[in-house]
Ligand binder design. Structure first.
Ligand SMILES: [Zn+2]
Ligand SMILES: [Zn+2]
Length: 353
């Protein structure tokens, strides 16, 4: 937990000082700050301790090398050395899959490889995708729809960051010490969350730290004539804005609501037409409701039940400005209770066949 001590500075030597120079510097300072020479001098006592600590490290080639490489982490390095031992290739049988101890500790000290990173939250712009229900008529003729989108917009107070830059709070991860800890090897590293500062920007009170606030947005959409089922309309910039202010797009998937009298198969519609048995036998004309209004359709003499007649171009819009067909399926109806007069006539026909 002690702060970083520059042993070279303490002894007043350069980093490239020889063993001899270090020894000479130590001796001179030790004489100067020795407790016998400075009775009851707390400052001198502390200085004397530091000088001895510095000399102990810098006079030992191994410790000095470790100190040069790892600074204040050198003791942890030493501890690891003792714990895991040095292997024949000069590396360590270090845990965590690092081939080489130096690489391991360097990764550790840099805070990489442990999912660190950090940085300010940056929410990208988001697209909104939604279904737009329209009627068959609207699909065929085109329409203008007004819809309410439940979207979000970056919080005005924190500019979408979720935190306030001018107010800080104690970092909950490290309790304000700024230190993270890998308990397994007792190495002190900077706290991931606050990057060693001990404080983090306070969460924004307006958006409760989310960075975004819900917003209902009214938009008007021009639906072109002939839109097909499942077609996607893109409205550039009508999506949710990201924290950088850039806006996503709105995608509307067209769903054409088909009246229940029709059954749809792809772009074609199927309609069941009930045809009186006499009309089916003798032939004639019926009226068929199409998406664009009633049309007359010829029924040839001898029409059977379940026959299909095609009304071309009366179905659903297809992509590429084409339109599907309306298929009319016949269902011949027979009176459940024929009148006496009807029966008489039919019996005459029967007798003459
Ligand atoms: Zn922290
Ligand atoms: Zn906010």
């Amino acid at each position: 937990m002690s702060g970083y001590k520059d042993y070279y500075k303490l002894l007043g030597v350069s980093r490239s000082a020889t063993e001899k120079e270090i020894k000479a510097a130590y001796r001179k300072l030790a004489r100067q700050y020795h407790p016998d020479v400075n009775p009851n001098d707390k400052q001198a006592e502390a200085k004397f301790k530091d000088i001895n600590e510095a000399y102990e490290v810098l006079s030992d080639p191994d410790k000095r090398a470790a100190y040069n490489r790892y600074g204040d982490q050198w003791q942890n390095y030493q501890r690891m050395r003792e714990q895991y031992g040095e292997n024949a290739s000069g590396g360590f049988d270090a845990p965590f899959g690092f081939g080489n101890f130096a690489e391991f500790i360097e990764n550790l000290l840099r805070g990489s490889g442990f999912g660190g990173g950090g940085g300010t939250p940056n929410t990208p712009p988001r697209d909104i995708e939604q279904t737009l229900n329209i009627t068959l008529e609207e699909a065929l003729n085109g329409t203008t729809k007004t819809l309410i989108l439940n979207t979000e917009e970056p919080c005005s107070k924190c500019k979408g960051q979720g935190a306030l830059t001018n107010t800080t709070t104690v970092c909950p991860d490290c309790g304000g010490t700024g230190r993270g800890r890998l308990a397994m090897i007792n190495v002190n590293i900077a706290c991931d969350r606050c990057e060693g500062r001990g404080t983090i920007p306070a969460p924004c009170d307006q958006c409760k730290g989310r960075g975004f606030l819900p917003k209902a947005k009214r938009i008007t959409v021009d639906v072109p004539r002939g839109v097909a089922e499942g077609q996607r309309l893109r409205l550039v910039g009508e999506g949710t804005a990201g924290s950088n202010g850039k806006k996503g797009n709105l995608y509307l998937n067209i769903h054409i609501i088909t009246p229940s009298i029709y059954e749809r198969q792809g772009d074609d519609l199927y309609y069941e037409a009930e045809i009186d048995y006499l009309l089916a036998i003798l032939g004639g004309e019926i009226s068929v409701p199409t998406p664009t209004g009633e049309v007359k359709m010829k029924i040839p003499s001898g029409t059977q039940s379940g026959m299909l007649f095609r009304l071309a171009g009366k179905g659903l819009p297809k992509s590429g400005s084409k339109v599907g067909d309306l298929m009319v399926r016949t269902k011949i109806t027979i009176p459940k209770k024929p009148t006496e007069a009807e029966k008489d006539l039919l019996e005459k026909i029967q007798a003459n066949r």
